[in-house]
Design a protein around this ligand. Structure first.
Ligand code: HEC
Length: 151
């Protein structure tokens, strides 16, 4: 390949790989797993106390970015490592931190779903209702470039 062609391609390849490190690309199955199974659990059990306007302990669970950012104790989840994820320890109620606060423990099935989600590196489908412009831009930029590669 001639130098001329490379000089066009190199910056492009670099851009794609740098962005790829930030957020893995998720296939449609992972995204619908999030949408149908994970989002409803967060919505009905956690959202009231962990949203952008009410961040209990600094934690908002309204976007992938904010889950990774976490709260006062640090990241709420380690992508791919449920056992090291604060969120999982909290819902399993194995330490002093017991979530959801003041409510019944989640069903085992729901905890398993959250574990699977973190195992999959936290796929998150951004909907137009999420009101998160930065995240939305980010995902929209990647999706057409890296379609459906299962991890
Ligand atoms: C009724 C309000 C309420 C609900 C519902 C709730 N939380 Fe919390 N959460 C809190 C409060 C308050 C704290 C801080 C507790 C503390 O520091 O001891 C907290 C702390 C946390 C933390 C630690 C954050 C940090 O870095 O300090 C995690 C993780 C967490 N919650 C996850 C969840 C998850 C997952 C759910 C849903 C299954 C949930 N919470 C539901 C109120 C709530």
């Amino acid at each position: 390949m001639s130098f001329r062609v490379w000089s066009y391609l190199a910056p492009l390849t670099l851009t794609v790989s740098v962005l790829g490190q930030e957020t893995p690309s998720f296939g449609p199955q992972e995204l619908s797993f999030f949408e149908n199974n994970v989002r409803p659990i967060l919505k009905s059990n956690c959202d009231a106390c962990h949203n952008p306007t009410n961040r209990s302990s600094g934690l908002s669970l309204d976007s992938r970015e904010n889950v990774l950012k976490g709260g006062k104790r640090g990241p709420a989840a380690q992508p791919g490592v449920p056992a090291d994820s604060l969120l999982i320890r909290a819902v399993e109620q194995t330490s002093d931190l017991k979530m959801p606060l003041g409510r019944p423990r989640l069903a085992d099935q729901d905890i398993a779903t959250l574990r699977q989600w973190i195992d999959q590196k936290l796929p998150w489908s951004v909907t137009k209702n999420d009101g998160k412009p930065r995240n939305w831009d980010h995902w929209a930029f990647q999706a057409p470039k890296r379609p459906a590669v299962p991890l």
